[in-house]
Design a protein around this ligand. Structure first.
Ligand code: PGA
Length: 247
């Protein structure tokens, strides 16, 4: 894995946007794997700015998001569908028919997971996947567990995740307890992966991901198996890492 340490959140966001812009420019119908959370917000802002400045057309770009809460639909302000609209899709010329986010309101959640995975496969695979990392080492909503979940699945959220995400809800009790998430094989099938991390609360997870054993107890460690991962992190998130940085 390559590790790229930057001085600020703004720089991390710019650098991440640069990777995505490169893929989009080389392939105007690229398939982007997208993430939610506080970390990628600045990257989406940079992408909006840059594509507006250059007049890049999003018309043929296709997106697949990593995850969605069960029980929330796109109109719910806490849903990831809403997050994506507010932070990216409402500001670019993307065709909504090309946007894919698991349906957290599906009547048959297992069928929704199977359909999402099949659609991802049929679409031809992700060209560049954006990831954040949880304090507990999750990627998407692949939570610490006894075994890796390979494909899109329903997941019971970890207590740490519920605590971390409570800041977006009125109270911790309002955070959904389950979600749909791409699995680790779905993620690893991306051609290229960029993982963004900022803040000292991510430092241990980042260290374990890079130097610890590959274990489902720290789902991000599976990324050690992928040949093209770039970690873009600020100094606080990198504070436990030892140089030289390419591992
Ligand atoms: P955060 O979440 O960006 O809100 O810290 C990251 C993640 O859980 O993947």
């Amino acid at each position: 894995m390559k590790i790229y340490k930057v001085a600020s959140y703004e720089q991390m966001s710019q650098e991440a946007a640069k990777h995505i812009l490169k893929v989009m420019t080389e392939k105007p119908n690229a398939l982007l794997g997208l993430a939610t959370g506080s970390t990628p917000v600045g990257m989406y802002q940079a992408l909006i700015r840059e594509t507006r400045a250059t007049g890049f057309s999003w018309q043929h770009i296709v997106t697949y998001n990593l995850d969605e809460y069960v029980g929330l639909d796109a109109l719910d302000e806490q849903s990831y569908a809403h997050f994506m609209n507010v932070n990216l899709f409402d500001h670019v010329s993307i065709d909504q028919a090309h946007v894919h986010i698991p349906n957290g309101k599906a009547e048959d959640l297992e069928a929704e997971c199977r359909a999402y995975e099949a659609s991802l496969k049929t679409a031809g695979g992700v060209d560049i996947q954006v990831l954040g990392i949880g304090r507990n080492g999750h990627i998407g909503f692949n939570e610490p567990n006894d075994a890796f979940e390979p494909y899109t699945h329903v997941v019971h959220l970890d207590e740490k995740t519920i605590e971390d995400n409570a800041r977006f809800f009125e109270s911790k009790e309002k955070v959904p307890k389950t979600a749909i998430s791409m699995g680790v094989e779905s993620i690893l099938s991306a051609k290229k992966i960029i993982l963004l991390a900022c803040g000292k609360e991510k430092a241990q997870a980042l260290y374990d991901m890079l130097y610890g054993p590959i274990t489902p107890q720290l789902p991000a460690s599976i990324l050690q198996k992928h040949g093209d991962v770039e970690v873009i992190c600020d100094e606080a998130a990198a504070s436990l890492l030892k140089g030289p940085f390419d591992v």
